[in-house]
Write a protein that binds this ligand. Structure first.
Ligand code: ADP
Ligand code: ADP
Length: 226
């Protein structure tokens, strides 16, 4: 479960403090599928970053699977991310000089033996239908395939939560639909909680819990089914 209590977050811009999240409270149940929508600059990415412990907060509490993210030290945060959270981005963020397999192996380096890592990475790529492309560099893959590599990399640690920041934002609508099918399959069949930022209303409404941000506040929250 993700629980956020009265979260406040600002950035410093010169001498000014810009408040980006204002008194945000929300609960994301286990195994749910949540969409976050709202205009550009409303704080969606920042909210995702704070859940993943990537940004310090000014005030409030963030609990992820009973761990107090707001209190964890860097090393504990790294461990939480490794064990519980997979992250997917609009721009894929693959290492261009590494093959698909090597990219997917990356989160597990120094955690398991290299033979195990290779096996797990292969399995993860097969899970997203890319078993036949494991030795390709990202530049040799289509956008949809690159995003599938990124999903395989997020899944390789067996996270309970996937945080996805506009994962279809850089893809044509047909490819985006296929990527959403993969994420929804992971949600339904593996029980992974998905928290997804999107500008696409047809994607947002498929989630069972929709959070609309406006100017750093939760404007509307709709929980239809969990
Ligand atoms: P959204 O994802 O809804 O577009 P963001 O969370 O990216 O919104 O940004 C919210 C606000 O915070 C914007 O005004 C943005 O300019 C500002 N912001 C985001 N990241 C930073 C940063 N690292 N430093 C300063 N300001 C930032
Ligand atoms: P303290 O900061 O005094 O040590 P805790 O960290 O135990 O207290 O809890 C701080 C607040 O968070 C309390 O109000 C508590 O009820 C709430 N809390 C504790 N555990 C959870 C949890 N798993 N999910 C959400 N809220 C929690």
């Amino acid at each position: 479960m993700i629980q956020i209590n009265d979260l406040e977050k600002s950035y410093k811009s010169g001498t000014e403090k810009v408040e980006v999240l204002k008194h945000v409270s929300l609960t994301v149940e286990d195994h749910s599928y949540v969409s976050i929508v709202g205009p550009s600059g409303s704080g969606k990415s920042t909210l995702l970053h704070t859940i993943g412990g990537l940004e310090p907060i000014d005030h409030g509490e963030i609990w992820v699977n009973n761990q107090a993210v707001h209190k964890l030290k860097d090393k504990q945060l790294a461990k939480l991310r490794l064990n519980e959270i997979g992250y997917i981005f609009q721009q894929f963020h693959l290492l261009p000089t590494a093959t698909a397999l090597e990219n997917v192996m990356m989160p597990l380096l120094n955690v398991f033996s290299s033979k195990d890592i290779k096996e797990k990475a292969k399995e993860s790529l097969e899970r997203v239908g890319l078993g036949h492309r494991i030795n390709h560099l990202p530049s040799r893959l289509s956008g949809g395939e690159q995003q599938r590599v990124a999903i395989a990399r997020a899944l390789v640690t067996k996270p309970s939560i996937i945080l996805a920041d506009e994962p279809t934002g850089n893809l044509d609508s047909e490819t985006g639909r296929k990527i959403m099918h993969i994420l929804e399959d992971i949600h339904v069949n593996d029980g992974v909680t998905i928290v997804l930022i999107t500008h696409d209303e047809s994607i947002a409404k498929r989630a069972n819990h929709k959070i609309e941000l406006l100017d750093g506040k939760v404007k509307v929250e709709t929980v239809s089914k969990v």
